[in-house]
Design a protein. Structure first.
Length: 459
């Protein structure tokens, strides 16, 4: 295996003509085990340049068009006659070709000619599925007028819940399974699409200056290619990448105005991975709609920042619930988990205890990085321990699960990582250079990612 996460192959990574095209690639190629795996991996993907310090992108999520059967307004049964809106008897038998109205929780997803699948309607003797075609969406009621494609006998037509002690059809799932058009017929109404929403971030200016005296840089004379000055430049390059790395993980998206050299100028910070996950969980989040409530419980299906109680997760909840939730939206069948050594140790112990050896975790080297591979029923996870997390008592048990297909590095035009020479004042007997980058993070679809904080064990 020499390729993961949809990035370039290992052969391309080692190609001198490829890995020297940008400074970030050169640094990552030289230090693949350094403190910047995220920044390094992003250097291997295609880069979109930002034309402004404030940049944005449009996201659009597809929601599966499905709803449930609901009571008729005023408390009536949901299956009604087409003209009088009178609820049909209970039980009622429907023949193929019969027209009737079906009360639903959300009629906006339907159009004429949609074929719909009504699942598990209760009958006098059990359950039955009902296949229909939409004739029209009823304007005066929260209902659709449908024609049965198959017969169904003895359907209970009451205001009871399908899950209640006395079975009724309320709550049964209604989903769209296609549309059916007659030969030579018209196209019908236009489709219904969710409008896109715009997400924004800022570029952040990162600087790492370094210098040496006029005497020091003369020994050796070729200070750009060898000697102490070259070593200083390399050390500051890795530190520069490390600072970008930290901002891309934990930075908040902010804008304020400060005074620099007697001039009021903007100071921007770029939002990192954790920032966007927090934004996704907020009440009225742009991702989930103005009426969305804040996400607080680990068991909520949309929760993306998981905080285990007393540092422990159950193995079943992690391996089944969280992994299924993580891979529900995916650009590929792979996710990258960047974590601390404490978290990886806990995961490894849990997997060894619960799975056979050939399905356990195997270690491989990819792009010069050591990764541990875990094949779940939902997709493959590549675990990479982060040196900065390992050395932090607060991050050692944290884990970020990323979908690299939804993350981009966005440098401002002509402001990608570069070394600027001779930044010293005119009267200084020294040379001062600096590494400078102005860039931000594009982080799409937070629901494709996850953060597990302080997970020390699995029970």
């Amino acid at each position: 295996m020499d390729q993961i996460l949809g990035l370039v192959s290992g052969k391309t990574f080692n190609d001198e003509s490829w890995n020297t095209r940008t400074t970030r690639r050169k640094i990552f190629h030289t230090y693949p085990q350094g403190n910047f795996p995220l920044t390094g991996l992003l250097s291997m993907a295609e880069t979109d340049v930002a034309d402004s310090p404030k940049f944005g992108w449009q996201e659009k999520d597809r929601v599966e068009p499905e709803t449930t059967i609901a009571e008729k307004g005023g408390g009536g049964a949901p299956i009604c006659d087409t003209t009088t809106e009178t609820p049909k008897a209970s039980p009622t038998t429907i023949a193929a070709g019969d027209l009737f109205r079906l009360q639903v929780a959300d009629k906006s997803i339907f159009q004429a000619k949609h074929t719909v699948y009504v699942e598990s309607l209760p009958t006098s003797t059990g359950i039955v599925d009902l296949l229909c075609i939409v004739v029209s969406v009823v304007s005066a009621y929260e209902a659709i007028e449908v024609r049965a494609l198959e017969p169904a006998a003895a359907i209970l037509n009451t205001t009871n819940l399908i899950t209640g002690g006395t079975a009724g059809p309320i709550g049964a799932q209604v989903s769209i399974i296609g549309n059916a058009n007659a030969e030579g017929g018209s196209s019908g109404d236009s489709g219904i699409f969710l409008p896109p929403y715009e997400v924004e971030n800022y570029t952040q200016i990162f600087k790492n200056p370094f210098s040496a005296t006029g005497t020091a840089i003369k020994v050796p004379t070729d200070y750009d290619k060898s000697g102490a000055y070259r070593e200083i430049a390399q050390d500051n390059a890795t530190e520069h990448m490390t600072l970008i790395e930290k901002a891309f993980w934990f930075g908040p998206k902010t804008l304020e105005y400060v005074v620099e050299d007697s001039e009021t100028v903007p100071l921007r910070t770029t939002g990192g991975v954790e920032h966007f996950l927090k934004e996704y969980e907020k009440a009225a989040a742009v991702y989930r709609g103005a009426s969305s409530a804040a996400l607080t419980l680990n068991t909520e299906e949309d929760k993306r920042i998981i905080r285990p109680t007393a540092g422990a997760l159950t193995t079943t909840f992690f391996e089944q619930d969280l992994m299924e939730r993580l891979f529900r939206m995916a650009s590929s069948g792979e996710k990258l988990c960047v974590c601390g050594s404490g978290f990886l140790g806990a995961v490894n112990a849990a997997i060894k205890a619960g799975l056979t050896e050939n399905k356990g975790m195997k270690s491989e080297t990819v792009y010069g990085m050591n990764v541990t591979v875990w094949e779940t029923p939902f997709g493959t996870v590549y675990f990479k321990t982060h040196p900065l997390f390992n050395n932090s008592a607060f991050r050692r048990y944290d884990a970020f699960f990323l979908d690299m297909g939804h993350i981009k590095y966005r440098p401002l035009k002509d402001r990608d990582t570069k070394r600027y020479k001779n930044r010293q004042a005119n009267n200084q007997d020294r040379r001062k250079d600096e590494w400078l980058t102005e860039a931000g993070l594009e982080f799409r679809h937070p629901q494709a990612h996850m953060l597990i904080k302080n997970c020390r064990s699995f029970t």
